[in-house]
Design a binder for this molecule. Sequence first.
Ligand code: UDP
Length: 323
Amino acid sequence: MILVVGGAGYIGSHLVKELVEKEDVVVLDNLSTGHREAVDNRAVFVKGDLGNEEDLLMVFRSYPIKAVMHFAANSLVGESVTDPLKYYQNNVAATLTLLKVMMKFKVKNFIFSSTAATYGIPEVDVIDESTATNPINPYGHSKRMVEQILADFAKAYGLRYVVLRYFNAAGAHPSAVIGESHDPETHLIPIVLQHLLGEREQVSVFGSDYETPDGTCIRDYIHVTDLAAAHILALEALVSGKKTAEIYNLGNGLGYSVKEVIETCEKITGKKATVEITDRRPGDPARLVASSEKIYNELGWNAERNLEQIIKDAWKWHQEKRY
Ligand code: UDP
């Protein structure tokens, strides 16, 4: 059985929907930001807290866990700057509790959700896994700290792990049953689509004076279904013993500016956005684009869905909006 911690959240719930086709799954989630309804009903659901050792002991005693996939984290850069305690508590300390219980039960396979924020402001145009990590906010630090903990646990206790560094997760399940549902929403694509649905008055573009061709920030958007597929390949590689300690980037390898994303949303929806240029958002690097060649070469994964497909699926979900 696979334990998915944070399986009611945006990326976790999309992974669970794919994983239940292949494995028995138990989801542990405290529903602080996730949605119970987003968890596929073929998975066992346990409401509980990752930082609470008793909740974890109950799950590990009750189910024969062979691997853990960990999606339960806070992930807002701005919030991490104003409330670092929350980020180090939930993202680092709670993960240590999980790892401690895993070691106690001799569960040695771990897939960890990390982030492009571990790279900080990179000096290269395309980031690969050898690019230096240099986080610039507590969120990025918290993820990088766990990466270090995993490397040390691998050496000392024989933990086997795959770290997946996501770039900009976006889109929704092609069935439109689940999608990106944050409250409050801070991410670009859902904000633009909410505006085009009449739920917001305008879209603010956070800065148009960056050193990029159109002055707005460039990001690498990756479909959440492609992310889910990468997790399943990583899990197979770990459980089969093919991989023991790896870090992979997950991106499209293509960068799109904020203006290009808004234009693509307009094209897909046939609606015109009202856009206002505002100040830069603190902590935003001008450009974050991944090389995902390593995971392509080693596990055969690449992103199959481009920005248009991401926005098409997101739009379908936003119009029907369930969870
Ligand atoms: N962004 C924006 N307006 C918004 C939300 C985001 O201009 O209302 C920009 C943001 O500054 C960044 C890009 O869109 O350059 C992607 O931001 P998002 O929050 O979606 O993801 P992040 O890159 O922070 O993980």
